[in-house]
Design a protein around this ligand. Structure first.
Ligand code: SF4
Length: 226
């Protein structure tokens, strides 16, 4: 498709995190993909990235073997995918596509595939409601697997890691590991993706009314206009 300036329109690749932004605020989603304007990141801890790297390296040591990593053995079904494919694409048309990066994938005895995402948490996830974005994430992973000729098993796992209490911390920090298993829906993922495409095809949508960034901007604008 040609843009009004005659240049070729750049293909937009939506992602689980991008689509979760659509649920939080359609305007910010639109601004990010249509104008390249993102919320400022602020000061962020990279601790979760380090956890991800350590956990993935641990899983890798069991890849290709007959046993699952002891941290999750008995709680998940199948073998670690070997070789592991991390990144998947779904080509919708010339203008839009969907992409996602799995943390892990299990292959069951019936040849179906179960997506896995690792979550670093500050406390026991069983005491809190599931974030809708996590459900969408696993739905999208299942959809991407199916779009790439890997039949999804119909479930996905969130593996949470959070620090345990302990009197013997000097002997090493202990982590609790909790596996949550969710049903996945490829239809829901496709619906979410099409919702994103529709939002991007329209004019700039409304903003969420409880976002601290826009509330701050409105307050500052009002102050400076006085
Ligand atoms: S309310 Fe404003 S800053 Fe907040 S997410 Fe929406 S567009 Fe972005």
């Amino acid at each position: 498709m040609q843009s009004s300036s005659g240049s070729k329109k750049k293909k937009i690749w939506l992602s689980p995190s991008g689509l979760s932004l659509l649920s939080r605020c359609p305007r910010c989603f639109w601004l990010q993909y249509r104008r390249g304007i993102r919320q400022p990141e602020g000061i962020q801890s990279r601790l979760a990235n380090r956890f991800d790297g350590v956990i993935k390296a641990y899983f890798d040591t069991y890849r290709g073997g007959d046993v699952l990593p002891p941290l999750v053995a008995g709680q998940v079904e199948g073998k670690l995918e070997h070789p592991f494919q991390e990144t998947y694409f779904y080509h919708h048309d010339d203008d839009y596509g969907l992409m996602g990066k799995l943390d892990e994938c299990l292959v069951r005895a019936d040849g179906t595939f179960t997506p896995v995402d690792h979550k670093t948490a500050s406390s026991d996830p069983r005491t809190r409601d599931l974030l809708p974005a996590y459900q969408t994430q696993l739905d999208i992973y299942a959809f991407l697997l199916g779009s790439n000729r890997k039949k999804p098993s119909g479930i996905g796992h969130l593996i949470y890691f959070y620090p345990a209490d302990g009197a013997d911390l000097h002997e090493g920090f202990q982590m609790e590991v909790i596996v949550k298993t969710l049903d996945t829906s490829t239809d829901a993922a496709h619906e979410k993706f099409m919702e994103g495409v529709a939002a991007l095809e329209g004019e700039m949508p409304f903003a969420a009314d409880n976002c601290p960034f826009c509330l701050w901007y409105d307050a500052m604008t009002a102050l400076l206009e006085k």
